[in-house]
Design a protein around this ligand. Structure first.
Ligand code: DAS
Length: 383
């Protein structure tokens, strides 16, 4: 029997093995990339250095969203990009009315555009965590919404905007980002908008405090290790449809020798950043609470977790002026007007791991639904 020549088959197999990775890559390249809408609001990510290439002053919100997208050509490898300019300002100019308009726009576009995989919002870092948390509470979609900024302007030395934008788009385009709530992506970190905070104005300055980040954007794309558990996305009860403006909620600090807010000033709510209050501050907040202002005391660090099964402290009427019953408040605060000295201050609402700025946002939204203390406490316990 003549010897069988295996050579042609071996050659064919070799050629197949060489061609296969190319064919797979071609097929992957031919697959339509997810669509991501980038909505620009301004900030340093679209900022221009006065003297390009220096560390000097710059103008935030100078480049359009299209221009910053054009500066990252590799975005098209990961997504089909659409852009929209919501505003182009330093984020200190963003107001609560704009939160409402932006949230409505994103909620609407995600509801009506089934073809969109997700949305990226470019934003100044000064107010990024506030806008991101407002969106987290009000966008009732499971699709990813990623808020991103930069700490160095686009034309400065080593701008961080382009890599942050690329990481944000990869995160918004990834199916594993579904249902994670609104996210902040900075410096390859994926942080829940509930926890994100700007610790300092340099690269690496965004953190999630002691709660940790959800994941990282590695060379291969987003990698998640944790997922949020609190109410968000499609489970949110905050419907902005009938909301024209948000209730006024003030933010104030307690400090040694502090006297608290003035009694004639009566916002719908007030958040006080405090580890504890002076007697006079305590009295001033009690007067406000009796006049109907909802008072929320929050640890300045935002790291404190008030137990979630507590009953909100009822607002008690002041005792009669001639009441001399000894109580803890009078022992603690001798000389304090008895109208103040009802009890040592107990905050009406317990807060679980929110910064004062974020407690203010949650209180604004809670007050669009109720003024009942127990209901407000339920809201603070849920989100
Ligand atoms: N210019 C500031 C802002 O718009 C800072 C920044 O974006 O980093 O918030």
């Amino acid at each position: 029997m003549p010897p069988v020549n295996h050579m042609p088959r071996v050659l064919a197999l070799g050629l197949l093995l060489i061609a296969l990775p190319g064919a797979i890559a071609a097929q992957r390249d031919a697959a339509p990339r997810p669509k991501v809408l980038i909505i620009g609001t301004g900030g340093t990510i679209s900022g221009v250095q006065d003297a390009p290439g220096t560390l000097g002053g710059y103008r935030a919100g100078a480049l359009t969203t299209e221009q910053i997208v054009a500066s990252v050509p590799s975005l098209v490898n990961f997504a089909q990009i659409e852009t929209e300019q919501f505003s182009n300002v330093a984020s200190t100019m963003i107001t609560p009315d704009q939160w409402v308009a932006l949230a409505r726009r994103i909620d609407g576009v995600l509801r009506n555009r089934r073809d969109l995989a997700g949305v990226v919002v470019t934003h100044g870092t000064d107010r990024l965590e506030e806008t991101a948390f407002f969106l987290y509470l009000t966008i009732r979609s499971e699709k990813p919404v990623v808020v991103v900024g930069a700490q160095r302007p686009a034309t400065g030395i080593s701008p961080d905007g382009p890599i942050n934008l690329l990481s944000a788009v990869r995160t918004a385009a990834a199916p594993q980002s579904l249902g994670k709530g609104v996210l902040v992506v900075m410096d390859d970190r994926i942080i829940s908008a509930r926890e994100a905070r700007k610790l300092y104005p340099r690269a690496g300055g965004f953190s999630s405090g002691e709660m940790g980040m959800l994941g990282v954007v590695s060379g291969g794309g987003p990698e998640y290790f944790f997922a949020p558990t609190r109410r968000r996305g499609s489970a949110s009860e905050f419907d902005l449809d009938g909301v024209t403006s948000l209730p006024t909620v003030e933010l104030t600090f307690a400090y040694p020798g502090g006297t608290g807010p003035r009694a004639e000033h009566k916002p719908a709510g007030i958040v006080v950043s405090a580890t504890g209050l002076t007697c006079t501050e305590s009295g001033a907040f009690q007067v406000l609470a009796r006049a109907g202002t909802i008072v929320v005391q929050v640890f300045p660090s935002g790291e404190h977790v008030e137990s979630s099964d507590r009953e909100p402290e009822p607002v008690r009427p002041p005792p009669p002026r001639n009441d001399s019953t000894p109580n803890f408040a009078r022992r603690m605060c001798p000389g304090l007007d008895s109208a103040f000295a009802v009890a040592p201050w107990v905050p009406n609402i317990g807060v679980q791991h929110l910064t004062p700025a974020k407690a203010r946002i949650l209180l604004m939204l809670a007050l669009t639904r109720t003024r009942e203390l127990r209901e407000i406490q339920r809201i603070f316990d849920s989100y």
